[in-house]
Ligand binder design. Structure first.
Ligand code: URA
Length: 264
């Protein structure tokens, strides 16, 4: 069997650790991300630019908060996020990936952040994992075309697809909360460990979080229910876990019925 490239192997390893509950801001994850970034930068073939020098994350998050609070429509919010310069990840990206799907839908899916395909096209979840996500949603009559809005907890692709770091998530968070306030979904499906833990503010691993239901509130007063599920990229690597994902989707479908959520 051919050996995977070191990049792919490292990404798979750190993704796997993330899915198993190793925090994105843990020393081991940071050390691996640093090693990978340094190796890329010093390679003559390096194709992913290094992020520019980080702005103070506290100041950037405060900026994001006031910019987000001033937005009252999705159009304004998309413009504000796209124009925002406070996240150092932006410098290494082709696009800002904000959302796709039905604005005002009762269901919102929130993933981790753009990968290569998403960065190229400007749309969330359009690569292989995104195609699996579309099939998972279709199994319970959800689709981005009709009744679901899809976004991420981070709008810019991290170098080498590493997990977004805590500071990067913090800077994006006011925009995530504002999008929830503007579009008012009844259910939020957190796809994967990174969004589930970030949105709930917990460090519990995804294997414990999946299949559970949570109350969710934003600082601006939006309320909803939140359901963590396994990330489709994880399911592509571990297809034997698909039965768990299927059970979780069925639970969400049952709860939609109990909440009287009517799908278009
Ligand atoms: N994975 C995510 O979490 N989000 C995307 O947009 C694409 C892949």
């Amino acid at each position: 069997m051919p050996e995977p490239s070191p990049d792919l192997a490292l990404t798979a390893l750190t993704d796997w650790w993330g899915e198993m509950g190793v925090a994105a801001d843990s020393d081991v994850m940071k050390a691996y991300a640093r090693a990978q970034t340094v190796e890329k930068a010093s390679s003559p073939k390096a194709s992913v630019p290094l992020p520019r020098k980080a702005q103070d994350p506290e100041a950037a998050a405060a900026d994001a908060k006031s910019v987000a609070a001033a937005c009252t429509t999705m159009e304004e919010l998309v413009k504000a996020i796209t124009a925002f310069e406070g996240c150092p990840l932006k410098a290494g990206c082709q696009t800002t990936v904000v959302f796709d799907g039905a604005v005002g839908a009762d269901i919102m899916v929130i993933g981790e952040g753009p990968g290569a395909e998403e960065d190229r096209t400007g749309k969330p979840f359009v690569g292989k994992a995104g195609q699996l996500l579309d099939r998972m949603l279709a199994a319970i009559n959800l689709s981005r075309e009709a009744n679901t809005l899809i976004t991420n907890v981070n709008y810019w692709r991290p170098p080498n697809n590493r997990n977004p770091e805590a500071d990067e998530l913090k800077v994006c968070r006011p925009f995530v909360d504002r999008m929830i306030e503007i579009t008012a979904p009844k259910f939020i499906i957190a796809a994967g460990a990174v969004p589930a833990k970030a949105l709930l503010g917990v460090s519990t691993g995804i294997m414990k979080l999946r299949g559970t239901e949570h109350e969710f509130n934003t600082p601006g007063g939006a309320e909803g229910r939140l359901f963590p599920i396994l990330h489709p990229a994880f399911l592509l690597r571990r297809p034997q876990e698909k039965s768990r994902a299927w059970r979780d989707l069925q639970m969400i479908e049952r709860r939609m019925g109990e909440f009287g959520i009517k799908l278009d």
